[in-house]
Design a protein around this ligand. Structure first.
Ligand SMILES: NC(=O)c1ccc[n+]([C@@H]2O[C@H](COP(=O)([O-])OP(=O)(O)OC[C@H]3O[C@@H](n4cnc5c(N)ncnc54)[C@H](O)[C@@H]3O)[C@@H](O)[C@H]2O)c1
Length: 334
């Protein structure tokens, strides 16, 4: 089978990381071109990773019949338009989360994908992490019985920027969206309701953009389980990513990953290394693996494991979480 030609659209922080992996570690695909509206960003990324072509207009790449697939890693507000255009051009699509911040745009893009019949995967990389997978398998294998309560902790290590783009997509579309997807994946059913308590406790000024920097959500799922999600944008001790599930026959939890797992004991106490600094370090190998799975799905013509419904449901949950905060009430998720 021939090697697939990929185009990267958006060469910012996550785009550079995907370019690094595509250039070295992905079997069956190669990075053939990069597009970024910021010309120097596209050029430098292409030079660093030996990519032969770069442009400031992704449409040029969509018009090229030699490009088989795109990685959409541009700013969140551009995802829906680019996904729609790529689908209409017949390209397979890997899109970073979130697909959109509105359901209308998400549906426009996802319908275009469905109509085109191309492969689509959304960038919820935690599903591919061996630690998260261990929790999923414990539930699947019945090791903890019927799940009753899930605690998801996701805390970022630095204060959010304050401004119109502040947190990028805002806490619900940038951070919580990963937890919404993990909750659906672990429970293997849909959420029924959500209640949010959230505030601006870290970065005064965020309020004027309708954003918050701490949030706790409580969700009920169709299987009866209760899920809590705890998001904080400035964890003093670093990037914090933990899960605990308690069920009828036991519990399983995963903690943070560090550069080493040594514990130093002395008169001041017990000391361990801080968690890996941020998402690029914590999920580096996982980002590579999720793209390899996507490439394999295209080559073998098998369904991608995180697809259209997952992209759409995560947007619905983020909108419901924000609505619950705004209206100070439980929101039912229909
Ligand atoms: N899965 C994850 O864990 C994860 C982590 C970080 C970011 N993301 C997502 O990836 C996306 C990008 O985030 P980032 O942190 O790399 O942002 P970034 O600002 O570092 O990079 C975005 C890049 O997109 C470019 N861009 C904007 N509009 C464009 C267009 N129309 N065509 C081509 N390029 C365009 C910008 O010039 C910039 O270089 C966001 O949607 C974010 O939510 C996902």
């Amino acid at each position: 089978m021939t090697t697939l030609n990929f185009a990267l659209i958006g060469s910012g922080s996550i785009g550079k990381m995907h370019a690094k992996h595509m250039a070295r570690h992905i079997d069956g695909a190669k990075l053939a071109a990069i597009a970024d509206v910021y010309a120097d960003g596209a050029r430098v990324c292409a030079e660093q990773h030996g990519v032969p072509r770069w442009t400031t207009d992704y449409r040029e790449l969509l018009a090229d019949p030699k490009i088989d697939a795109v990685m959409v890693c541009s700013a969140t507000a551009t995802h829906a338009d680019i996904v729609e255009a790529a689908a209409k051009a017949g390209k397979h699509i890997f899109c970073e989360k979130p697909i959109s911040k509105t359901l209308a745009d998400a549906d426009r893009a996802l319908n275009a994908v469905q109509n085109a019949g191309v492969q689509f995967q959304i960038g919820f990389q935690r599903r591919f992490d061996p630690h998260f997978l261990r929790v999923k398998n414990a539930i699947l294998n019945g090791e903890i019985g019927k799940p009753h309560i899930v605690h998801l902790v996701s805390r970022d290590p630095g204060p959010p920027g304050v401004g119109p783009i502040g947190l990028g997509g805002g806490i619900w579309f940038d951070m919580s969206i990963h937890d919404f997807d993990v909750a659906r994946w672990l429970m293997a059913c849909e959420p029924v309701s959500i209640y949010t308590q959230a505030d601006v406790l870290i970065a005064p000024g965020l309020e004027q953009y309708g954003e918050v920097d701490v949030a706790v959500m409580v969700l009920r799922f169709e299987n009866g389980a209760i899920v809590t999600i705890d998001n904080h944008c400035d964890s003093a001790y670093g990037y914090d990513q933990r899960v605990e599930v308690i069920g009828s026959a036991g519990a399983i939890s995963i903690g943070n990953q560090a550069n080493d797992n040594a514990i130093l004991s002395n008169t001041h106490g017990l000391h361990a290394a801080k968690p890996l600094p941020y998402f690029l370090e914590r999920y580096d190998a996982v980002y590579c693996h999720e793209v390899q799975v996507f490439v394999d799905c295209i080559r073998n013509n098998t369904p991608t494991p995180v697809g259209l419904r997952d992209a759409r449901m995560s947007v619905i949950m983020a909108l419901a979480a924000r609505q619950s905060h705004a209206e100070k009430r439980v929101v039912m998720i229909g």
